[in-house]
Design a protein around this ligand. Structure first.
Ligand SMILES: [Zn+2]
Length: 211
């Protein structure tokens, strides 16, 4: 499994690196990486994604699943989204899960799971990607409602995300909640909330892997 904790703690201090254009997997370019969002109280998305990814990895390790991260810590810069997106194929991963928190209008609540509309791995990988998205969606509903502002039944498909467009293994991004929404921010800012999200993410992955 590749786990991709979105963004990085050093990104804000190095705009030259993170704003450099990289291939977006759709014929164009986009910035290497971004700083991400935060809660209104200032809890940053990069810290949230790093914490949750480590919790998910611990739970998967307990079940004998090998996990590779796209970044080594929460104090570095990048890596760029194209490098992240290509890691799954490079290490021969069964699947790739990117972990994010959204920064939408405060009235919107809930999580959604994003897949690439470009089907970069072909039809078979696209079907597996859809199954991964559904497994994660079905699992996450135990702790968080599906998004009421984006997607359909907690699922969304986009063509603008390099980390998914360049991924030839089953790959999704999970927007675990809207960090600008008070109820979601409360869940995402608490250790118990992050553990609960991690448990459901790990359960969704295990369901996908058939374990
Ligand atoms: Zn993000």
């Amino acid at each position: 499994m590749v786990l991709d904790p979105g963004h990085n703690g050093g990104n804000a201090a190095d705009p030259g690196t993170i704003n450099a254009p990289v291939p977006d997997g759709a014929g164009g370019t986009k910035p290497c990486n971004t700083t991400g969002t935060s809660t209104d109280a200032g809890y940053p998305e990069h810290a949230f994604t790093w914490d949750v990814a480590n919790r998910v990895a611990d739970l998967l390790h307990d079940q004998g699943v090998q996990v590779v991260f796209t970044r080594a810590d929460d104090t570095g810069v990048g890596p760029c989204v194209d490098v992240r997106g290509e890691l799954g194929a490079r290490v021969g991963a069964a699947a790739f899960v990117g972990i994010h928190g959204d920064g939408a209008a405060p009235g919107g609540r809930g999580f959604h799971v994003i897949t690439s509309s470009l089907d970069p791995g072909g039809a078979e990988v696209a079907a597996a990607t859809q199954a991964l998205a559904v497994d994660l969606r079905d699992s996450l509903t135990a702790v968080e409602p599906v998004s009421d502002y984006l997607g359909t039944d907690g699922l969304d498909s986009r063509g603008d995300l390099a980390g998914l467009n360049l991924n030839t293994v089953p790959a999704v991004y999970v927007e675990c909640g809207n960090m600008r929404n008070a109820a979601d921010a409360a869940l995402m800012s608490s250790e118990a909330g992050r553990q609960a999200l991690a448990q459901q993410l790990a359960a969704g992955v295990l369901a996908f892997l058939g374990r």
